[in-house]
Design a protein around this ligand. Structure first.
Ligand code: FNR
Length: 188
């Protein structure tokens, strides 16, 4: 059987390093993972006023998570936290009250930055949010990727061997985490 992974790219940039990292992760992942990007760029800003009648983009977001066996977050760090667009998407998905899309969903977090700490603080911030949303996060390995422009080619191929091994191991661990979570918390 295969696991359907819905992945979020936290950046809306047309030249996003994190989208390139996502392509690399997909290319290196075990064969029984299938990936679909869950887009966040067209969501309006969340307001509780929408709770009784979600717009089409927000319904599509919740349906995409419901159709996923697991979710993967690939995000930059903005001002030592996560980009507002990603937080907005999570807020939409967590509501209406009692219909939190992340409840019990297997999840993992990774991110890339040209800076030295490789999105560490953004990931801590995201982990706190996902904890409250009751997602089942992979806690280890952590992956704080410091990326020089060009370290991953545009087609997602990783030339640096130690980077390739690290990312391959991360995705194998993610796959095993998803399997373990779904054994006790199956999603139908
Ligand atoms: C950044 N950047 C950044 N980098 C970092 O390591 N820590 C940070 O707190 C921030 N803050 C920040 C805020 C804003 C508003 C921008 C636009 C950028 C730099 C950031 O890591 C860099 O632009 C990455 O290339 C962003 O990821 P994507 O969009 O290329 O995936």
């Amino acid at each position: 059987s295969t696991y359907q992974v819905g992945y979020f790219v936290g950046s809306l940039s047309s030249t996003s390093l994190n989208r390139t990292l996502a392509q690399a992760l997909i290319a290196l992942a075990p064969d029984d993972l299938e990936f679909t990007e869950i887009p966040i760029g067209n969501l309006p800003l969340y307001s509780p006023d929408f709770d009784s009648d979600y717009p089409a983009e927000a319904r599509a977001l919740k349906e995409a998570i419901a159709a996923s066996s697991a979710v993967l977050f690939v995000t930059p760090e903005y001002n030592r936290s996560i980009p507002g667009a990603l937080k907005n998407a999570i807020d939409w998905a967590s509501r209406p009250w009692g219909e939190n899309s992340f409840n019990h969903v297997p999840a993992a977090v990774i991110g890339a930055s040209p800076g030295q700490i490789g999105t560490a603080l953004a990931q801590q911030s995201l982990r706190a949010v996902l904890s409250f949303c009751n997602a089942r996060q992979m806690t280890s390995p952590e992956a704080y990727i410091r990326l020089e422009p060009g370290a991953i080619a545009d087609d997602g191929s990783v030339t640096d061997e130690s980077m390739r091994e690290f990312l391959t191991d991360f995705m194998q661990e993610f796959r095993d985490h998803v399997e373990r979570v779904l054994t006790v918390l199956p999603r139908d």
